[in-house]
Design a binder for this molecule. Sequence first.
Ligand code: MN
Length: 248
Amino acid sequence: MTFLVTNDDGIFAPALRRLRDALSPLGRVVIVAPDRDQSATSHSLTLHRPFRIHRHEEDFFSVDGTPTDCVVAGYHGLLDHAPDMVISGINHGPNMGEDVFYSGTVAAAIEGTLQGVPSIAVSLATRELSDFVAPARFVSRLVRRVLDSGLPGRQLLNVNLPHRPWSEVSGVRITRLGSRVYRDTLIKKVDPRGRDYYWIGGEDPVWEPREGTDFFAVEAGYISVTPLRLDLTDEHALEDMQKWNLEA
Ligand code: MN
């Protein structure tokens, strides 16, 4: 059993070593992570320049590319054989609702799913300091479970953990993706040479407080596990759109 572990926060993310400690009893753990913070890079691939891979120690590599590059490298030649599972995280910050579309953490797990192996994205819902020890222990429990029961093809798990002492975690909820209320803004400034530059800004995300969602669970102190499928096809629209008569 070989686990490929990556983290879009970069190779120095403390959660990487915690995950290695927690997963080592179950098999070989190979860490392949970007050489710097690549959060919110989504599923981007580095295609317009070469990239380098640096081996820091045995089964510990950094890539000057994206989280997706890391997984692709792990499946196409970096290792002597293809990993059996991809674990992405533990991200320092939540990845819930529509944020899964921006998330480098979720994208790396999606890439694992595309490579045909069970994959899990894990995030800790805080920006505050954390030792990641208890979250990593939960990941190892979940991984054991996935090894026992497997995951359907084209499906991955997106896990978000609440930030609180382990004894105060309320339990685990299987959830659906929540919805964010968008308040992003584009902030325009002027640089010292008189040229405009922009920041994407805005307040912290606000979520619709809908029961059964990832956000609702984490807010109430539960660990949220959301099964995601890769097929984004809208089944209802398939039928409705037959009436559009686009050939006329
Ligand atoms: Mn990140």
